[in-house]
Design a protein around this ligand. Structure first.
Ligand SMILES: Nc1ncnc2c1ncn2[C@@H]1O[C@H](COP(=O)(O)OP(=O)(O)OP(=O)(O)O)[C@@H](O)[C@H]1O
Ligand SMILES: [Mg+2]
Length: 242
């Protein structure tokens, strides 16, 4: 579903942030991406839907080379859900309108259809009662669950998460992870940057470990957590345990 082939990226002439990334994610798989701060996780995930350009190599999504000059960027972004650390809900719109916006504008869905879809999605993230609320009236965990529902409104075959729980108070992390867990292995292809190693162990099909722009491990969670091959991954896990 997603394939990286010798992807390299620099920020400016001196800072190399991705080095020869070669890996793939199969349809329906869950990949957790971890690594130290500044290792390139956000950059890597943003290259998939072309929020960041790359300098060499190729990224293929569902058979389409995404950084090709002829690629349809709008369509690409429509087909890939993206959930950030900061939920970025539209503050002047109700929860319902936040979720209905893209299907209405980009899919031309009727109001009734979009409403029905939004209600189904709100139920899925456990927030039926918040349909008429505004973002300022929600907790961080609720906001992030709405943001996930909003991403799902376009029925994306792929959803990307960049530290979806790291801006949350600790007591709200669980409710958001539970929603993401529910979504995993339902057919959608998922990549998630997170430091929640319990989640990774439980949900991931593969764990990718990135350090200084290099993909040092691409392993099953069991292998990664019990016997990481690379010393830098061993150190990273030891640091997390402290
Ligand atoms: N727009 C930018 N311009 C220049 N350098 C950048 C830019 N964005 C990120 N960087 C640098 O690229 C490197 C990788 O950053 P990136 O945000 O991808 O790391 P990360 O693994 O997501 O880190 P964190 O865990 O802190 O979120 C870092 O050295 C960062 O300072
Ligand atoms: Mg990041």
């Amino acid at each position: 579903m997603i394939r990286f082939d010798k992807v390299n990226k620099w920020y400016g002439p001196h800072l190399k942030v991705l080095t020869d990334i070669t890996a793939e994610v199969n349809k329906g798989e869950v990949v957790v991406l971890c690594g130290p701060s500044g290792s390139g996780k956000t950059t890597l995930i943003r290259t998939i839907n072309r929020l960041e350009p790359i300098n060499s190599g190729t990224i293929t999504v569902n058979g389409q080379e995404t950084h090709a000059k002829t690629a349809n960027v709008n369509r690409l972004r429509r087909d890939i859900g993206f959930v950030f650390q900061q939920f970025n809900l539209f503050p002047h719109m109700s929860v319902m309108d936040n979720i209905m916006l893209a299907p209405r504008k980009l899919r031309g869905m009727s109001r009734a259809q979009a409403e029905e879809k939004a209600r189904t999605l709100l139920a899925r993230v456990g927030l039926e009662d918040k349909a008429g609320s505004y973002p300022a009236q929600l907790s961080g965990g609720q906001s992030q669950r709405v943001a996930i529902a909003r991403s799902l409104a376009m029925d994306p075959p792929i959803i990307l998460f960049d530290e979806p729980t790291s801006a949350l108070d600790p007591e709200m992390v669980g409710e958001v992870l539970a929603v993401i867990k529910d979504l995993a292995h339902t057919g959608i292809t998922m990549m998630c940057v997170t430091h929640e190693m319990g989640f990774a162990r439980e949900v991931a099909d593969r764990v990718w470990f990135l350090d200084k722009g290099g993909l040092l491990e691409d392993a099953k969670p069991d292998e990664f957590f019990s016997s990481p091959k690379h010393p830098r991954a061993q150190r990273f896990l030891a640091d997390l345990r402290h």
